[in-house]
Write a protein that binds this ligand. Structure first.
Ligand SMILES: Nc1ncnc2c1ncn2[C@@H]1O[C@H](COP(=O)(O)OP(=O)(O)OP(=O)(O)O)[C@@H](O)[C@H]1O
Ligand SMILES: O=c1[nH]c(=O)c2[nH+]cn([C@@H]3O[C@H](COP(=O)(O)O)[C@@H](O)[C@H]3O)c2[nH]1
Ligand SMILES: NC(=O)CC[C@H](N)C(=O)O
Ligand SMILES: [Mg+2]
Length: 518
């Protein structure tokens, strides 16, 4: 990215692998200051080009004494801009500037109380005594580098915060970015506004303008393709790209026959008719259903769908003229998962996406949302004038209804589930509950049960209703929706969807369950 297009003051966050680095970014951006997270080894020339008003060094699972501990180029500390070290970031500053770090006798995890020593710009407007903060460390500062003084202390950390105001160096042993540090916001704002002297001018409008400029510069007169699902991420990417390169953007939407009711028509209406984009709709329903015939294993279903999706996409893309770029809706949580220090984790489910494409097709990636969180993406969508229905849409998995039909996927089962799903959406919206939950959907179970309808015996299928609350889909809880809403949904499904005579409510949290059933 070429940052010249960005008029805003910016903060650089160097990541050493802390679990909470992304929260630092959130807090900074909530204060309307632009920031980016980069790995700790970002080359010094790139840092100079980024031209930060200030730098924040994150925490880390490492200790500065570990062999191979992540370090920064010491030149980072002589750029002349203020630096804030958090936890490991503090220990690293001490280590690099001639102080000393030791393994503390007692590790400190969780809440702690600090005492603020004397006035300082970092602790401006913060109480002096018994200030509640969140700690998570095993090492501590034994001796500060010359020029530093103690700004706060706790029972276990005589140096809980330190600073050298002359050089603009500040550091805290606790984590101001987490909600368990109530004064954290004030502290970070003090760093941003009183120490770095940033202006709070970063808005979604400036983000959109800078992204469009940067995309134009990168793409030149090349052509770009985008896999459009109608979900919020790919929709926002498509509109952003369209604003930047107009008719040189080609969107491809695959109707895999596993979509919700009216979805294909809605995508065409919005993107082709309203936004006037080049949109290819590939009708691949028969192909998908053909390959899914007789398949019941969830992972097998997912793999078949993912592979066929790539095949189709590749074929369609090759028909387009001189395409050099692929635009994707990668978000920050996707990035952090793939670059974090965590080891390989178990595959719970194979998520379907177009990740394999760039290598197979020799395309360069454009990922304008890779610094953003989902709620920020929604704000960008609003700024771009996307319809509210798309912006607030619940996530919908790439394999679609296929993983909500337990067992074999057949046209008849798809018909039943599609109808039931549409009723769930309608009732959730009518009750004002759609926007209050993370996801709501119906699952068709491979179970039949006996019922009585109009004095006649029925032996029909069961629909499970799944409604969950979540912030990031990593954990979730079943939503406590009103009984009347459950009753309304159940009634309508049983009365209006032939083939279903029973509805049950899923009361499992994630973990140990997952959100989707397959
Ligand atoms: N039916 C489809 N046609 C074309 N591309 C698709 C389709 N389904 C998924 N994709 C591609 O796979 C990507 C991953 O899907 P994913 O569901 O994670 O994101 P999304 O659909 O953009 O947003 P959301 O998470 O809100 O559903 C999409 O961004 C899109 O590029
Ligand atoms: O794009 C996607 N492709 C997939 O294959 C996929 N599988 C699950 N999901 C969505 O991810 C979130 C977490 O789902 P699970 O708890 O079921 O793993 C939930 O929001 C799910 O809807 C998917 N999204
Ligand atoms: N949260 C952190 O940054 C911890 C830093 C270092 N690993 C320690 O235990 O002190
Ligand atoms: Mg989706």
């Amino acid at each position: 990215m070429d940052w010249d297009h960005l008029q805003e003051d910016r903060i650089l966050i160097l990541d050493f692998g802390s679990q909470t680095t992304q929260l630092i970014a959130r807090r900074v951006r909530e204060s309307r200051v632009y920031c980016e997270i980069h790995p700790y080894h970002m080359p010094i020339e790139s840092i100079r080009r980024f031209a930060p008003r200030g730098i924040i060094l994150s925490g880390s699972p490492a200790s500065v004494h570990d062999p191979g501990a992540p370090l920064v180029d010491p030149a980072v500390l002589s750029l002349g801009c203020p630096v804030l070290g958090i936890c490991y970031g503090m220990q690293l500053m001490a280590h690099l500037l001639g102080g000393e770090v030791e393994r503390a006798e007692q590790r400190e995890y969780g809440p702690a109380l600090i005492t603020v020593e004397g006035p300082s710009s970092l602790f401006r407007d913060i109480e002096r005594e018994d200030v509640r903060v969140w700690m998570s460390h095993g090492d501590r500062i034994l001796r500060m580098p010359t020029g530093f003084k103690v700004l706060a202390s706790s029972a276990n950390s005589p140096v809980a915060a330190m600073g050298d105001p002359q050089r603009g160096f500040f550091a805290v042993q606790f984590h101001p970015e987490v909600v368990h540090t109530p004064c954290g916001r004030t502290l970070l704002d003090n760093f941003l506004f009183h120490i770095c002297r940033c202006r709070p001018t970063w808005t979604m409008k400036s983000f959109v303008e800078a992204s469009i400029e940067a995309i134009r510069e990168k793409v030149g007169d090349g052509h770009v393709i985008c896999a459009l699902s109608g979900g919020v991420d790919s929709s926002v990417v498509a509109v952003l790209l369209h604003k930047a390169v107009g008719p040189r953007l080609h969107c491809i939407f695959v109707d895999n026959g596993l979509l919700r009711k009216g979805e294909s028509e809605a995508v065409q209406r919005v993107f082709r008719d309203h936004f006037d984009m080049n949109l290819t709709v590939v009708d691949a329903a028969r192909q998908f259903l053909g390959r899914l015939k007789g398949v019941t294993d969830p992972e097998e279903k997912r793999k078949i769908i993912g592979n066929l999706f790539i095949e189709i996409f590749e074929r369609e893309a090759q028909r387009l003229p001189n395409v050099r770029y692929l635009a994707q809706g990668t978000l920050y949580p996707d990035v952090i998962e793939s670059v974090s220090f965590k080891g390989p984790s178990a595959t719970i489910k194979t998520h379907h996406n177009v990740g394999g494409l760039p290598e197979r097709m020799d395309l360069e990636l454009i990922e304008p949302l890779r610094e953003l969180f989902k709620d920020e993406v929604r704000l960008v969508g609003r700024e771009l004038g996307l319809p509210e229905r798309i912006i607030m849409r619940h996530p919908f998995p790439g394999p679609g209804l296929a993983i909500r039909i337990i067992g074999e996927v057949t046209p008849e089962k798809l018909r039943v589930l599609r109808e039931a799903d549409a009723l769930v959406m309608e009732e959730m919206e009518a009750a004002g509950w759609y926007d209050k939950v993370w996801q709501a959907f119906a699952v068709l179970l491979p179970v039949r049960s006996v019922g009585v309808m109009g004095d006649e015996r029925t032996y029909d299928e069961v629909v499970a209703l799944r409604v969950v609350e979540s912030v990031d889909a990593m954990t979730a809880d079943w939503a406590r929706i009103p009984y009347e809403l459950m009753a309304g949904i159940s009634n309508r499904i049983i009365n209006e969807v032939p083939g279903v005579n029973r509805v049950v409510y899923d009361i499992s949290s994630k973990p140990p369950s997952t959100i989707e059933w397959e």
